[in-house]
Write a protein that binds this ligand. Structure first.
Ligand SMILES: [Zn+2]
Length: 484
């Protein structure tokens, strides 16, 4: 990227706000000399690919930060005719490389804004592990390779190209359409863009509904498109510590109080623990719709659990499969352990980390109580290593599901729209926890048996990327037109 003469832009929405934190507003380039997006559909596809290449070619891993990508996209929006006051780049004062970009397409003011969010940072990639350069877009055999193609620069490019396409069509939404491209999602870093914007610039991104393509999933198997998931909730991350202690002594005089044995026995009991079945509004819908994709016994079991009519045998069968089990209940599993201090000494301490993924709505205290009962060893202390950050379920809003269904069926007839609770966490947990209903929605089909996000040779099909762009464009337009 050539460096262009820059200026500091300070939008009135920030500087006039009393008590607002003074952000480092990133300098960005004037629009001069940058090609605007072509407005015909084929040209738009080429433009989306150009944005994808630009983003992949910028290394935005934790060490490098996202400011460079925020600035690059800002130039594109200015070149496309967005008013400078509607293209805001900003970073926390103490993290100038962790830049964010917020762009607004102004509507008629009828209803709270629709906000799309997408992180600009990517997970580290070691070039020696890859067959191509991870930080350079490589087009090969119908695929685009590069770090971030599916997580989530592909989606970022689709969002940016869609918003620019809407602007150039002269589309005036009923309500404002905002896209925030944000920093520091992957590393659990201390400059997470969504968190920081919500805490210090809420006015800039305040919205009635959030769409976060990072949390969505479009599932495909063996080339067959199966479903577009609407992620309404995420399991909550909680890490407990289990510690057994003893006075220790010489290893020549062993006793049954040895903390390593006591802890090991407790963990073995924990390994047998099955939390109570706990279905939410989302997971009931998930099983009802997922059943449409299955056959035979599995289909019958899913229908039964969705209807609240599953018998013990059906619950056992569903629990035997890892992917289904995690939708049914909270889980806790041992992830690390250490103990003892010398090979010829009785240990004084043994400790294990137990990672729990908690169904939204269950408290950390109730989870710890169930763990305590399961290990059945009162002398073992249970502590919190990483506290839960509670994040409620966003109701599976019927109007939203209908909008996703209509766009999905226009593009891919027969594909099921599947409300989903995801086992992992995205930035949506942050926006849900401050009360903004947030949905993970993504139309980028990826093979369920070949997941490469965070892995080597991350890639997206050329057609899947073009489809994602069309899906994003149509859904953005529909949501900003509706007043629900
Ligand atoms: Zn991601």
């Amino acid at each position: 990227m050539p460096r262009v003469a820059s200026r500091v832009h300070r939008p009135s929405s920030i500087s006039n706000r009393p008590g607002a934190c003074v952000a480092v507003l990133l300098a960005f380039a004037s629009a001069a000399g940058i090609a605007a997006a072509p407005s015909d559909a084929r040209g738009s596809d080429a433009f989306a690919r150009e944005l994808l290449k630009q983003l992949i070619d910028l290394n935005t891993t934790h060490a490098h930060g996202s400011t460079i990508a925020a600035n690059a996209l800002a130039e594109r929006f200015l070149a496309a005719g967005f008013a400078p006051g509607d293209v805001v780049t900003l970073a926390p004062p103490d993290h100038p490389t962790k830049g964010n970009l917020v762009v607004r397409l102004r509507g008629k003011g009828r209803g709270a804004a629709v906000l799309y969010i997408g992180h600009l940072d990517v997970v580290e990639a070691k070039p020696e592990d890859w067959s191509v350069d991870p930080f350079k877009l490589t087009q090969k055999d119908g695929w685009f390779y590069g770090r971030g193609t599916i997580d989530m620069k592909g989606q970022d490019a689709a969002m940016a190209a869609s918003l620019i396409r809407l602007k150039q069509e002269g589309f005036r939404p009923e309500r404002d359409l905002i896209v925030a491209f944000t920093a520091d999602e992957e590393s659990e870093g201390d400059a997470n863009g969504v968190d920081w914007l919500l805490k210090t610039h809420r006015d800039l991104i305040d919205a009635g509904i959030i769409v976060n393509p990072d949390g969505g999933e479009a599932g495909m198997k063996g080339g067959r498109k199966l479903y577009v998931a609407v992620q309404t909730s995420e399991k909550v991350f909680l890490t407990l510590g289990l510690t057994a202690t003893d006075k220790g002594g010489h290893s020549s005089r062993p006793t049954t109080a040895n903390p390593i044995y006591r802890l090991a026995a407790a963990l073995t009991r924990l390994g047998q623990l099955r939390f109570p079945t706990h279905l939410t509004e989302t997971t009931k819908l998930y099983f009802a719709r997922r059943a449409e994709l299955e056959t035979g016994q599995l289909q019958a079991d899913m229908r039964a659990i969705a209807a609240g009519a599953a018998d013990a045998a059906a619950v056992d069968r569903l629990s035997a499969d890892v992917e289904t089990n995690i939708m049914l209940r909270t889980t806790c599993t041992a992830t690390m352990m250490d103990g003892g201090h010398a090979e010829n000494a009785l240990p004084q301490r043994a400790r294990a980390s137990v990672q729990c993924r908690v169904i939204p709505g269950e408290s950390a205290e109730s989870v710890a109580r169930i763990v305590r009962d399961a290990i059945s060893e009162p002398s073992i202390a249970i502590s919190t290593i990483t506290a839960a950050r509670p994040s409620p379920e966003s109701a599976p809003n019927a109007a939203l599901i209908r909008a996703v269904e209509s766009v999905t069926h226009e593009l891919w007839p027969g594909v099921v729209v599947l409300p989903e609770m995801s086992p992992g966490a995205t930035d949506s947990s942050r926006s849900r926890s401050v009360g903004i209903p947030s949905y993970g929605i993504d139309g980028m089909f990826d093979d369920l048996d070949d997941g490469r996000a965070h892995g080597r040779d991350e890639r997206i099909g050329e057609t899947a990327f073009a489809d994602e762009f069309e899906f994003t464009y149509r859904l953005m337009k529909r949501l900003a037109t509706s007043r629900d």
